[in-house]
Ligand binder design. Structure first.
Ligand SMILES: [Zn+2]
Length: 578
């Protein structure tokens, strides 16, 4: 049983729960509604556990992959709660979709409405009034709406029963999807009378989860992580000592798969040049191969997507630009000629194989040196003077009569620097609350912004933190490539979903090295998984993984580090924290 998912709730009565006095009554009602209204024959992994937790009034974080039915959780739970549901969602298009879907079910489910800046004042008023008088059961809004005191007041008056935060990982500075608007959501929930909070995300790295829980102010939350396992994908890593051997290894793998009729497939290369070279080599060997990267013109890219979808290719050799929004369920293999920048990216990329549920293959063709590729850290840490100059120009904009803010074009003219680092600087300054970016990407001074010098210092520190974290993510990729244990246990463990037995469908399981290692719980170690620890140099962290002779710890400041257990014990490097 996955450790993070719901325990069977005790059959204690709580007569004031509108969803049902006991867990079994609530279970029956959840199932009835899901079947009768949504047409569910069965639940996807994690869905029912999350619904159960929410209707028993418990704050819940549901970490489920894309397409795993996260919206059904609040659609169903919302039916059994005594009060409306407020859903915060960053994308207006997504809000519109949800409202339309719920409107189709209006008779059984109650009306849905949205609240965002594209609506007229009258429509906004109507949505809030509807929520208060009970005609609107689901209200979708953009996070910035919660900055408006009158909106918060109107929402509070409606006494919502459930506060849903979609794309909850946007609250975390760990990811690259951070949205400053999300930082106010914890406070907002409190102002709304502390309804049950439901966070939803598909990005499950443990530090992101911890930050979501903290920043949304969740109390003793149920954390449901499920559905990440893709047992149909066989996992393999091919090790090579030198660059030439590795290139040959990639070609051999592709030729073997296609030769045995196990195509089509995707080869991911880290560089545009790499995609061209590999595609050329494969064509020379008689395969139908094309390369794809963001530097090609739109016509070429669309043509490659079209022939790929229409089964006219054996292989696409691509950068990670290929894949988003391109769904070919019968993709039989994904081969990486270089490691991805993180386990998160890697798992997403190999997940494009075998979506039809038939056997598929993921191979990482690995050379240790590739982990050091400059591409991972190409941006580097920006200079403080440059950040200060940008912050100063934005701060001076209102006085200079620039009411539309400062855009990148203006900054280029003023600083003589290129667009890419300027955009990065603006994003960093936004994250330290020095500037606000509008929908056109123009920068305005934030309310209560620190002076440019202080803002620049904070932004540089944040950039350094990002860089350390990015490096530590690469280290986890090394861990995956070099482990002798079951690779699926490694991957799922990273996402916080425990697989009790070795999978039997990875190269280490086949070679017999995986079975020899006991599971993490069986290790006789002073530092079991999830122990909070303190390191003399790296500060506080949490043990993420235990192997025979080493530990992987996730530190708040420096990210993942792997430590030899003998050295830890001998030199007293780690202390457990209470
Ligand atoms: Zn395995």
């Amino acid at each position: 049983m996955p450790r993070a998912s719901a325990e069977a709730p005790a059959e204690t009565r709580s007569d004031d729960n509108p969803a049902g006095a006991t867990a079994s009554v609530r279970t029956r009602r959840i199932r009835e509604f899901a079947r009768d209204v949504l047409g569910y024959e069965s639940f996807r992994p994690g869905q029912e556990a999350a619904m159960q937790a929410v209707v028993s009034g418990r704050d819940t974080l549901a970490v489920l992959p894309s397409g795993a039915g996260k919206t059904a959780i609040y659609q169903v739970a919302g039916q059994l709660l005594d009060g409306p549901v407020v859903v915060v969602s960053p994308l207006i298009a997504l809000q519109r979709d949800q409202v339309e879907r719920l409107t189709e079910l209006e008779e059984q489910a109650g009306a849905a409405a949205q609240l965002n800046s594209t609506l007229s004042a009258g429509d906004q008023r109507e949505a809030l009034d509807g929520l208060r008088d009970g005609t609107v059961r689901y209200l979708f809004l953009a996070p910035e709406q919660l900055a408006k005191p009158d909106v918060v007041e109107a929402l509070a008056a409606a006494a919502p029963a459930l506060f849903v935060v979609d794309e909850a990982h946007c609250v975390s500075a760990w990811g690259h999807d951070f949205r400053p608007d999300y930082l106010r959501l914890g406070n907002a929930a409190e102002q709304l009378g502390s309804p049950t909070v439901l966070g939803l995300t598909a990005t499950a790295a443990p530090p992101v989860r911890a930050e979501i829980v903290e920043r949304l102010g969740m109390t003793d939350p149920e954390i449901v992580v499920a559905g990440f396992d893709r047992p149909e994908i066989r996992l393999e890593v091919d090790h090579h000592a030198d660059a030439h051997g590795k290139e040959q290894g990639v070609l051999d793998r592709v030729l073997a798969e296609i030769g045995d009729g196990r195509g089509p497939g995707i080869v991911y290369s880290a560089t545009r040049k790499g995609t061209e070279t590999i595609a050329d080599e494969l064509r020379e060997r008689g395969l139908r191969a094309r390369h794809y990267h963001a530097g090609l013109n739109k016509g070429d890219r669309e043509e490659t997507q079209r022939v790929w979808m229409e089964d006219e290719l054996d292989v696409v050799v691509a950068t990670t630009a290929f894949g988003m929004g391109i769904d070919k369920p019968d993709t039989r293999f994904v081969i990486h000629s270089e490691p991805a920048d993180s386990i998160d990216s890697y798992y997403q990329e190999i997940g494009r194989a075998g979506r039809d549920g038939e056997p598929a293959l993921a191979v990482l063709v690995y050379r240790q040196e590739d982990l050091g590729l400059r591409r991972f850290f190409a941006a580097g840490t920006p200079a403080e003077e440059e950040l200060q100059q940008v912050a100063g120009l934005v701060a001076a904009a209102p006085a200079a009569g620039l009411e539309d803010g400062v855009n990148v074009k203006t900054l280029r003219e003023e600083t003589g620097r290129a667009a890419t680092p300027l955009v990065r600087d603006l994003n960093l300054l936004e994250q330290v609350a020095a500037v606000v970016l509008d929908e056109e990407g123009a920068a305005h001074p934030a309310q209560g912004a620190p002076p440019p010098g202080a803002a620049a210092e904070q932004a540089r520190e944040l950039a350094e933190h990002h860089e350390k974290v990015d490096q530590s993510r690469v280290e986890m990729m090394r861990g995956y490539a070099e482990t002798t244990e079951c690779r699926r246990q490694f991957l799922l463990g990273y996402f916080g979903e425990q697989l009790d037995e070795p999978c039997g469908n990875c190269d280490n399981c086949s070679a017999g090295t995986a079975q020899e290692n006991p599971g993490p719980d069986d290790h006789d170690t002073p530092f079991p998984v999830e122990t909070p620890v303190e390191h003399s140099e790296w500060g506080n962290g949490v043990v993420m993984r235990v192997e025979d002779d080493r530990l992987t710890v996730l530190f708040d400041e420096v990210g993942y580090k792997t430590l030899g257990l003998a050295a830890v014990v001998e030199n007293d490097l780690l202390r457990t924290r209470p």
